[in-house]
Design a protein around this ligand. Structure first.
Ligand code: WTA
Length: 638
């Protein structure tokens, strides 16, 4: 295997040493890099499994993200925004601060108070960053919904968080089309009385109907005061709720605090991206997902970085769009996903080779395991063998990265496909079912053994679920739900989810969430969803459906079902293949054996089926899959 020792000349051995001696004191040291209105009285209060960092410290996220740089260097560019249609806007730190203050004042005038929830459903436009920071400025808890989710998903999340205000837009752009957002919100909240106002930003010149709760962003924001004192919030004050998929039906509201979360982001951004004053950073993640929250909104802004923000499809109008952006804005740090890289790779080397990518100095990846050959391509064709690649492993729940190379601190050999080692102050390991640490090169479960600052506070209004999801498999260790191997050099190889969570094009989706979506359709009796490998998206969705008595399958019904799932969950939950069967493989206690479906789907040997209720169901699924593989093959050769 190839290894690459591409360094940036940094070799700070002290940081790791201090971190391993006393992780609490180490994180306390890091906290001094932020601006606090009042210092904490205690660095960590650990009542397992609840961690409270920097107890009694007073802080504000928007102050750290904006004022700190605006005071030092007000004309520093914060955002270089480009729309899919070529529109461009840019904001200095001072301009962004003024804009955020205006929106914060508007929210206050609408009655939003510290602790209130505000749902944000916006395209990737500067107003999305502005809305989040405006909430943070006044202590409101933002809850962003990715614009690929549809009305039912919005409704569930708005009900769960009891949001008082919703911020949305008339629409956004994707592949030259307008994605209508306001209409989706109208449908989601029409009968939700607790939603008091919907603030609508006009972006896509898409005609909308204004209802009695609706307010136009421009009417209120233009005339608002551009100064707003930041609230001095407790370190544990909730900054946001971000809904994410798990193994149970409904998405979970991951709740993040302020002080610990910001310290984690500030430190990891510095170590991983080795951020410098002159850098131009570009993260392709949508703010609808955690990567956007942490490494588009909070981390780069806290460092006073200049970043490119892009709305729309990164391959539109041509697959060279991304490389045009790198060339035009002289991007020095590029952070993207394996799915995007696999897609770029498919378009060949000619496109990137025809652009000037010499500004790049560091490359990153996140969200799914990266295939070694894709890593090598990124390294060779994009980074011209000069840029280190940081493969960053983390989750919505962890708040920030836990495992990654840290070129800002040290130069170690990189191995294509490995996220390398745990970050300083982070105690990760690979263990067996019982929680015993495994010898090198053995597949097991990844765990985190000590609390870390970016760790979720809990699940929104559901401490019990928080305990059962993350702290019941192992009582004293955090269980992320991933398989991993640690090799002889101590490097981690992340092997994907050990549970029923899918990663489709980097988007996190729960099988049960999609199954409930299908079962809510009148003709469907039962549904089973699983993921099968996909050469670009990593995984694609396959669904098996048992229809109700008297209903027969047809192409028409298939179309209706696809339309239904797009409506109730969202276009991102569209299955690649849908298969009708007369029964599903179940255990004697009635649980669908997804493990089995997955094995059949992947053409693997089926393991122990002694608990299976009806073996005929396995045969049926297997036959279904054989037919399916033939169809796929036929489609490929067409
Ligand atoms: C997966 C995304 C391999 C993992 C930041 C995790 C990864 C899930 C990597 C969380 C990586 C994330 N290598 N797998 N570098 N990064 N994952 O909450 O399975 O959307 O549990 O957060 O993505 O997904 P989430």
């Amino acid at each position: 295997m190839n290894t690459y020792a591409i360094g940036l000349g940094n070799n700070d051995i002290l940081t790791r040493k201090r971190a391993s001696q006393d992780f609490v004191a180490f994180w306390e040291e890091q906290a001094n890099n932020l601006h606090w209105f009042e210092k904490w009285s205690k660095p960590l209060e650990w009542n397992p499994p609840f961690a409270r960092w920097f107890v009694n410290g007073k802080i504000n996220a928007s102050y750290n993200a904006l004022d700190v740089t605006a005071q030092k260097n007000s004309s520093k560019t914060a955002i270089l925004w480009e729309g899919e249609n070529g529109e461009r806007r840019s904001f200095t730190y001072q301009e962004l601060l003024n804009y955020v203050c205006k929106v914060a004042n508007v929210l206050k005038s609408l009655g939003v108070q510290s602790g209130d929830r505000v749902t944000v459903y916006l395209p990737m436009i500067p107003e999305l960053i502005v809305s989040l920071l405006a909430c943070a400025r006044i202590g409101a808890i933002h809850t962003v919904i990715f614009s690929g989710f549809s009305s039912q998903s919005i409704r569930d999340r708005v009900i769960d968080s009891k949001s008082k205000v919703i911020i949305t837009a008339d629409g956004g752009f994707r592949r030259g089309e307008v994605v209508k957002l306001k209409g989706v919100v109208d449908e989601a909240i029409s009968d939700l009385d607790f939603v008091e106002h919907v603030l609508v930003y006009q972006h896509a010149r898409n005609p909308i109907t204004m209802g009695k709760k609706d307010l136009r962003w421009s009417d209120l924001v233009t005339t608002a005061q551009d100064v707003c004192e930041p609230e001095k919030l407790d370190s544990a004050h909730p900054l946001y709720i971000l809904y994410t998929s798990g193994t149970t039906g409904k998405p979970k509201g991951v709740l993040h605090g302020t002080g610990g979360y910001l310290v984690h982001l500030y430190s990891t951004f510095k170590w991983i991206f080795d951020i410098k004053e002159s850098d131009v950073y570009f993260c392709t993640a949508d703010i609808g997902w955690v990567t956007g929250h942490s490494y588009v909104v909070y981390a780069p802004l806290m460092h006073g970085a200049t970043q490119v923000m892009y709305e729309g499809a990164i391959i539109f109008p041509t697959p060279a769009r991304i490389w045009d952006l790198v060339e035009r804005y002289k991007i020095s740090i590029l952070y993207t996903t394996p799915t995007a890289l696999r897609m770029f790779m498919k378009y060949g080397d000619l496109l990137p080779n025809s652009k000037d990518l010499s500004s790049l100095r560091l490359l990153g990846t996140v969200g799914e395991p990266i295939n070694p050959e894709v890593w090598e391509w990124y390294f060779r064709v994009i980074g011209k063998e000069r840029c280190p690649i940081v493969d960053t492993w983390w989750q919505t729940e962890t708040g920030g990265t836990l495992v990654s190379p840290v070129p800002g601190l040290e130069t170690i050999p990189l191995k294509p496909g490995s996220a390398t080692r745990g970050l300083p102050g982070i105690n990760v390991a690979v263990v067996d079912e019982q929680g015993n640490e495994l010898p090198p090169d053995t597949k097991g479960y990844l765990v985190v053994r000590d609390p870390w600052p970016g760790m979720l506070l809990s699940l929104w209004e559901d401490d019990e679920k928080y305990k059962s999801v993350y702290w019941s498999k192992y009582k004293t260790m955090y269980y992320p739900g991933d398989y991993a191997i640690q090799d002889k050099d101590g490097y981690f190889w992340m092997l994907g989810r050990a549970d029923d969570v899918l990663k489709v094009a980097g988007h996190r989706l729960g099988t049960s969430e999609i199954e409930s979506g299908f079962v809510s359709y009148k003709s469907v009796a039962e549904a089973a969803v699983c993921g099968i490998p996909h050469e670009v998206k990593g995984e694609s969705i396959i669904v098996f459906l048992v229809l109700r008595e008297g209903i027969t399958s047809s192409k028409e019904l298939e179309r209706e079902l696809i339309e239904h799932i797009r409506k109730v969950v969202g276009p991102i939950a569209t299955p690649d293949h849908l298969y009708f069967v007369s029964k599903l493989p179940k255990t004697r206690s009635g649980k669908i054996m997804r493990r089995l479906l997955k094995s059949v789907a992947n053409n693997e040997k089926i393991g122990d089926i002694s608990t299976l209720e009806d073996e005929a169901a396995v045969d049926e699924v297997r036959t279904a899959f054989n037919e399916l593989s033939q169809t796929i093959q036929q489609n490929k050769t067409k």
